[in-house]
Design a protein around this ligand. Structure first.
Ligand code: IMP
Ligand code: MG
Length: 175
């Protein structure tokens, strides 16, 4: 695959505007209550940092988890923890920060796992979702930045075989 096979889907400016609105929605939903933000590494890290920039005055606790399911551009269908959280989440408001919900297998796995930790509230906040690719029954509260077509994307944290995460914009694979 060549770099020229991609074109811009969302500019950095457009992404950041949308993230600001997501931050406002979180702010309105939870007010002054303490929040625990869990970043799903590695893809969500750029989104996570930006979202937290817009939530500077909040009382927050931060952690990172890492899961693995993808090889190249395809999911293997099996999700595994590379790193779980060590925080006690009982009775806390937990916000899982994801880069993208594709088949939904990862989101469902994470949601069910974090429910067992008895949080007061559990919300999945994903920058992107490909609604046409959803394979599982995702009955979970979600905040989504953008719904996108069923195409492979890179940039703003998202990778293709660990490359391109540092691109400022989100690029989509051309037809
Ligand atoms: P799911 O389990 O199929 O929903 O996949 C979720 C994970 O796959 C995301 O957290 C991403 O890391 C990765 N992923 C899914 N679609 C893309 C894509 O278009 N580009 C890069 N990574 C993707
Ligand atoms: Mg990923």
């Amino acid at each position: 695959m060549n770099d020229k096979d991609f074109k811009i889907l969302f500019s950095q400016e457009k992404i950041e505007k949308r993230i600001k609105i997501l931050a406002q929605e979180i702010d309105e939903k939870y007010g002054d209550q303490p929040l625990t933000f869990i970043c799903v590494l590695k893809g969500a890290v750029v989104f996570y940092v930006k979202l937290l920039e817009y939530l500077k005055n909040k009382n927050v606790e931060l952690d990172f988890v890492q899961v693995k399911s993808y090889e190249g551009t395809e999911t293997t269908g099996q999700v595994k923890f590379v790193k779980d959280t060590s925080l006690d989440l009982e009775n806390k408001i937990v916000i899982l920060v994801e880069d993208i919900i594709d088949t939904g297998i990862t989101a469902k796995f994470l949601y069910e796992h974090f429910l067992t930790k008895k949080p007061k509230d559990l919300l999945m906040c994903s920058l992107l979702q490909k609604p046409d690719k959803l394979q599982v029954d995702l009955k979970l509260p979600t905040l989504i930045g953008f719904n996108i077509p069923n195409k492979f994307i890179i940039g703003f944290g998202l990778d293709l075989d660990e490359r391109y995460r540092n691109l400022n914009d989100i690029l989509v694979l051309k037809d």
